[in-house]
Design a protein around this ligand. Structure first.
Ligand code: SF4
Length: 335
């Protein structure tokens, strides 16, 4: 075992956090945890992961789950396309791979929602293959360690780090992969890394040159697109709330209150009218903001009464609202 790998693995074995997906080598469970961890911190993921695998303990359960149940289990994690892809991939695994998660990169990478990182992580963690998995944590650790001054979002930078690590990765690959990720998630944090406790500080460029605040280097991200919405929480004359199930990619399968992309309330009310919703009375409450990856919604929220003459909407008793997987952007309004 080389020096880097030896130090890293020893440190990891002594310091690793007790996370539930670390107590299994079931490829299905590793896959679920990796997808959940894609945009969310480990401590936040724990209760979602435990609830999910209790409800859907095998790939067959996931392949057969109702969409509403799946989205309900996912509610709060955001990026619902991940849940949709999980189910689609579970169906492929059942139909094409007899319910077994594939154990080669070529097969994994073809599956929906599994990119280079997730495929490599599954191979390395569940199948102990000599594969390097590079996520944001690993990029940060290695760009500091190597003193990389190029943008870490560039594919060339990532490839360079992958190549470098391919020479270093050692058995047990699982501890190597999880150790690097753990180092990035704990000691080598974005701001103020705790270098004194770091197992690889001896040869770390950023630590030895006091430039941990300059590396990793990232060029400025593009501004997010900002959209103003008129959002309506409307009840019909029987007191039922009006919701619509989304079919667009961004929030596919989730429920939203009716809303219109406009700064102008009168225009928005006319639009609702043309969709079969007649607003009877209305009052504005407050404005909310919701930030997506590339988009920001500014929502002017109005409460009111309406008459509905449209099959596109569902009418829901207020006490049953919790049964409907709501988009996070509107869930915060509900609260
Ligand atoms: S020494 Fe500091 S900057 Fe370098 S890898 Fe360790 S925690 Fe990160």
């Amino acid at each position: 075992m080389n020096h880097f790998s030896n130090k890293l693995i020893k440190w990891f074995e002594m310091n690793k956090r007790n996370l539930p997906w670390r107590n299994t080598d079931d490829p299905y469970l590793i896959w679920i945890s990796e997808v959940m961890l894609q945009q969310t911190q480990a401590v936040t993921v724990i209760p979602y992961y435990e609830r999910f695998i209790k409800a859907l303990p095998t790939v067959y359960d996931l392949a057969n789950v109702e969409d509403d149940t799946l989205y309900k289990l996912w509610e709060g994690l955001g990026y619902y396309s991940r849940a949709k892809n999980l189910k689609e991939t579970a169906l492929t695994i059942v139909e094409k791979y007899q319910g077994k998660i594939p154990s080669t990169y070529q097969d994994l990478i073809k599956l929906k929602g599994i990119g280079d990182y997730t495929a490599s992580a599954i191979l390395s963690i569940a199948f102990e293959k000599l594969t390097v998995a590079v996520d944001g944590n690993v990029l940060r650790v290695m760009s500091r360690y190597l003193g990389i001054k190029e943008d870490i979002n560039l594919p060339e930078t990532k490839n360079y780090i992958k190549l470098y690590l391919s020479d270093l990765i050692d058995h047990p690959t699982r501890s190597f992969t999880e150790g690097l990720i753990e180092l990035g998630a704990t000691l080598c944090s974005k701001t103020k890394p705790n270098c004194l406790g770091c197992p690889i500080k001896e040869n770390c460029f950023a630590y030895n040159n006091s430039v941990t605040d300059l590396i990793p280097y990232k060029s400025k991200a593009k501004d997010k697109k900002e959209i103003i919405m008129q959002t309506f929480i409307l009840k019909d004359l029987k007191g039922r709330l009006l919701l619509k199930r989304q079919t667009e990619t961004l929030l596919n399968g989730l429920y939203l209150y009716p809303q219109v992309n406009s700064e102008n309330l009168n225009y928005a009310i006319d639009e609702l009218d043309s969709m079969g919703i007649q607003v009877l009375n209305i009052h504005k409450t407050k404005s909310y903001k919701h930030v997506f990856t590339h988009l920001v919604w500014h929502m002017d929220v109005h409460f009111g009464l309406c008459e509905v003459n449209s099959g596109e909407y569902v009418l829901v008793e207020e006490q049953s609202l919790h049964l409907y997987p709501m988009a996070s952007a509107h869930k915060k309004i509900k609260k």
